[in-house]
Write a protein that binds this ligand. Structure first.
Ligand code: DGJ
Length: 746
């Protein structure tokens, strides 16, 4: 069994063949953390790793002891995992062991997204109850260890078993103490149009944190941190990951203390959160997924990619190939009608694109972003035959139709707002801040969620729609619900997200054939919570190929290729004005869920041929590019960032696609050869360059090379000064590697 509870030592040892997670109930009843990391022999006990009961620790759970779920006010002066205010106004807690249960599989979290086990032998779960006698608070910590990935999923639930009201002021999903502070913290930070850039800084005494107060996980920071050794590379070395399966305000914080230990905690940001527990009431906190590897950042990503792709995403699109799409947004913005859309779709069909997505502007009277959000009825001026009429014409071309919605918002100029101004969040008597001319609906109200479910069910049931892009284009201000009493306003932000999850759950259940893609002005809510409902996410509004190298690299640290929406758009690029070749744009967008974001009717004949070739290449390699192992070879965040190289490899290592990119040309610079990784050293691969005829200097056209050779000597990713290939800025090289069965036949 992967969880062993030693009744004598009261030690719990969770293990698979890669990692061990060990905790222990001390004589005092406090829960100590002994180890999370390399697998240790589960038949032994590890009390020597915990506090020995010497000195001050006998009386108080003090620093620098490693603690499992630390409380405040009891002598541990580091950041606590929880703070609970009691009827007398105090926040002192003494959480002591009160019992535990071990169960096969992994229970679902009510109302919250979470990873899952498909069969009971894929995971095992231990729940440990900790009780505080005077207040009546019971905290249940749950730990699930997965059989096949080096990950432990944690969550906490708080229950009031006492007779008086409790107010939860801080409730982390996980707190992890490490015995030393020799770590770098890696975070994914940025802003709109430059999301999830990799930022690395060494831990030092004191706290460093990232958080969101936006009502969404946000473009500024992702709910994910890594602690890695300074020497850890992509290929080797220790790294921990903490990823929060949540889409609202979060806090991720690392603390180096004066004794040289480290604490990292992750959960709902306590800054704007309180939760009242009446006697008998309970709150379940979001799941945190912890991973550990000695195989470097690449090994950490492998773990998250597999778990999130296979046991977080659900539904029939989980394993299905995702269609190549064209989205009309940058092609038309709000200026379209049925004939224009069908003309775009018709060209798209001719070049092999499979799905036509109609973006913003099809409903109400929305000719710009100043009106109609909330009025989910088709605009007959633009679509006289309704969505059904459009869908039938698209289907007639052999494609399917996708549709944009933004359920959580309302325009002040809309019929919905006129009928229900109280459904928009805000403080009565104060002006509401408009962002992009819109307000946020109060998703904490059941009647709002019910209304949206009915209205959107009508839309999605009115036509054969196979894909939905669920957008969310502004963050929260005046986060206040008229439906909640004053002393419950601290619950609003979490209740909002629970409402979003409820709507997602109901719509995905009602329309299981629809592929959902989440979006928040691009990647402003790219988080694991969303992936539980929408298998893919619009990664960024920035489709510039150069910027996308950084965005997609950073995103890939935790999120799998199958979740990363990546499109080719027109040049000059609408976000940065940069002009890159069609080849460069496609070569970057290949590594994700591929599509286009432009007006296909503007293609020249040459561009049509190029795009048809791109789509054909992607479709031929779709399984590798969507579900393959992503191997990062050269980072845009290292050195001058001029070169990026990555590759995707099929699970059986028979097929791979390499992408190598150079931002600026360098005069008279030498060639760069880079060893590949993740191939089968015993296989022989046919190396084919895309587009045809771009084989790097020194590579035999369509030539055969051994996996050992490719991983030892590598391929030329940057041409030298005498390379016959054209020089210039923004160059891409794509190589397809296919293992040949019969080398002699070659
Ligand atoms: C923001 C999204 O990221 C874009 O792709 C587009 O859908 C617009 N919203 C539409 O308003």
């Amino acid at each position: 069994m992967p969880i062993r509870w030693d009744a004598e030592t009261r030690e719990a040892h969770l293990h698979n063949d890669r990692v061990s997670y060990i905790l222990r109930v001390l004589d005092t009843g406090w829960l100590a953390h002994l180890h999370f990391g390399r697998r240790l022999d589960p038949s032994r006990t590890y009390g020597h790793l915990g506090p020995q009961g010497a000195g001050a620790f006998r009386n108080r759970p003090a620093d620098p002891a490693l603690l499992e779920y630390p409380v405040a006010e009891r002598g541990d002066f580091r950041a606590p995992a929880c703070v609970v205010e009691q009827a007398d106004g105090s926040t002192v807690l003494d959480l002591v062991y009160a019992g535990h249960r071990i169960r096969r599989g992994k229970p679902a979290l009510p109302g919250l997204p979470a990873t899952y086990a498909e069969t009971d032998d894929e995971a095992e779960t231990v729940e440990v109850d900790l009780a505080d006698g005077p207040s009546g608070l019971t905290v249940t910590l749950a730990y699930s260890i997965f059989r096949d990935v080096p990950c432990v999923a944690r969550n906490a639930r708080f229950r009031n078993d006492g007779a008086t009201m409790l107010r939860v002021r801080c409730a982390m999903s996980a707190s992890l103490d490490l015995p030393d502070d020799g770590w770098d913290m890696v975070q994914l930070s940025g802003a709109w149009a430059r999301e999830r850039h990799v930022v690395t800084r060494p831990l030092a005494p004191g706290r460093v944190s990232i958080s969101s107060a936006r009502g969404a996980s946000g473009a500024e920071h992702n709910p994910f941190v890594i602690l890695k050794r300074p020497s850890t590379t992509e290929e080797a070395g220790e790294a921990y990951g903490l990823s929060l399966v949540y889409s609202g305000d979060f806090l991720a914080e690392a603390e180096g203390d004066s004794f040289g230990t480290a604490r990292v905690r992750i959960g709902i940001d306590p800054a704007n959160f309180t939760w009242t527990l009446e006697p008998g009431a309970e709150i379940v906190l979001p799941e945190a997924v912890l991973a550990y590897t000695t195989d470097g950042l690449g090994g950490l990503s492998d773990a998250y990619h597999r778990l999130y792709r296979e046991r977080l995403v659900r539904g029939r699109w989980r394993d299905a190939p995702r269609p190549v799409l064209v989205n009309n947004w940058e092609g038309t913005y709000f200026d379209f009608d049925e004939d224009r859309l069908v003309a775009m779709a018709s060209v798209a069909r001719d070049v092999g694109i499979e799905l036509f997505v109609l973006d913003d502007g099809w409903f109400g009277e929305r000719d710009d972003d100043d009106s109609s959000l909330g009025d989910w009825t088709v605009d007959r001026r633009k679509l006289p035959n309704g969505l059904d009429g459009l869908a039938r014409r698209i289907q007639g071309l052999g494609m399917s139709l996708g549709l944009w919605i933004e359920p959580e918002m309302v325009s002040p100029r809309s019929r919905l707002f006129a009928a229900h101004p109280e459904w928009a969040i805000g403080v009565p008597g104060r002006p509401r801040t408009e962002i992009r001319n819109q307000l946020v609906l109060d998703m904490s109200r059941a009647e709002v969620v019910d209304h949206l479910f009915a209205a959107l069910s009508d839309v999605l049931g009115s036509a054969p729609i196979s894909y939905v892009k669920w957008d969310m284009n502004r963050n929260m201000t005046e986060a206040y619900s008229g439906a909640l009493p004053p002393d419950r306003q601290g619950e609003f932000r979490h209740r909002y997200i629970l409402g979003v999850y409820d709507l997602y759950a109901r719509l995905t259940a009602a329309f299981p054939h629809i592929l959902f893609e989440s979006c928040a002005s691009g990647g402003g809510r790219f988080d694991p919570g969303m992936l539980a409902y929408a298998p893919q996410t619009w990664t960024s509004d920035d489709t510039d190929a150069v910027e996308r190298l950084a965005i997609q690299w950073g995103t890939s640290l935790v999120y799998p290729l199958s979740s990363i929406g990546a499109h080719v758009s027109a040049v000059p690029n609408h976000q940065v004005g940069r002009v890159t070749s069609l080849t460069m744009r496609a070569a970057v967008a290949f590594f994700g869920v591929f599509g286009y974001e432009l007006d296909t009717t503007t293609f020249t004949d040459e561009e049509r041929r190029e795009v048809a070739d791109q789509v054909a290449f992607y479709v031929a390699h779709r399984d590798v590019l969507q579900r393959g192992r992503f191997v990062r070879l050269r980072s845009p965040f290292e050195g001058d960032g001029n070169e990026t190289v990555w590759m995707a490899v099929s699970d059986d290592r028979r097929r791979a696609v390499v992408g190598a990119y150079r931002v600026l040309d360098r005069p008279y610079a030498g060639p760069v050869r880079l060893p590949l990784r993740g191939l089968d050293p015993d296989a022989v691969y046919r190396v084919t360059a895309w587009p045809a005829g771009t084989t790097p200097h020194g590579e035999p056209e369509g030539g055969l090379r051994g996996g050992d050779d490719l991983m030892a000597t590598g391929v030329v990713v940057r041409p030298g000064p005498f390379d016959p290939r054209p020089h210039g800025d923004f160059q891409a090289l794509v190589l397809a590697l296919d293992a040949v069965e019969d080398v002699a036949a070659g």
